[in-house]
Write a protein of this length. Sequence first.
Length: 85
Amino acid sequence: MIVKLAASDASIWIVIFLIAFFGGIALLTFILYRVLRLNKKDRLHKKSEDEIAREELNRVLEPIKDKEIQKQMNEYQKENQSKSE
């Protein structure tokens, strides 16, 4: 009876050790991932809200294919630029 208790205690300690070991590896990789990812974000160019909005509009809106409408849009933009100055 005493031998069975000792054997079961050893197997419990082995399981606890394995869980702790792999948990430590997982925690270490998570911390390294967070640190490396933050450093990468700092190095990237931070975009302004205007740049983000312009890129999103260019992605969503279709370009104007009709030459007449494109000409009207260019004239309208020139008029607005001259009014704002």
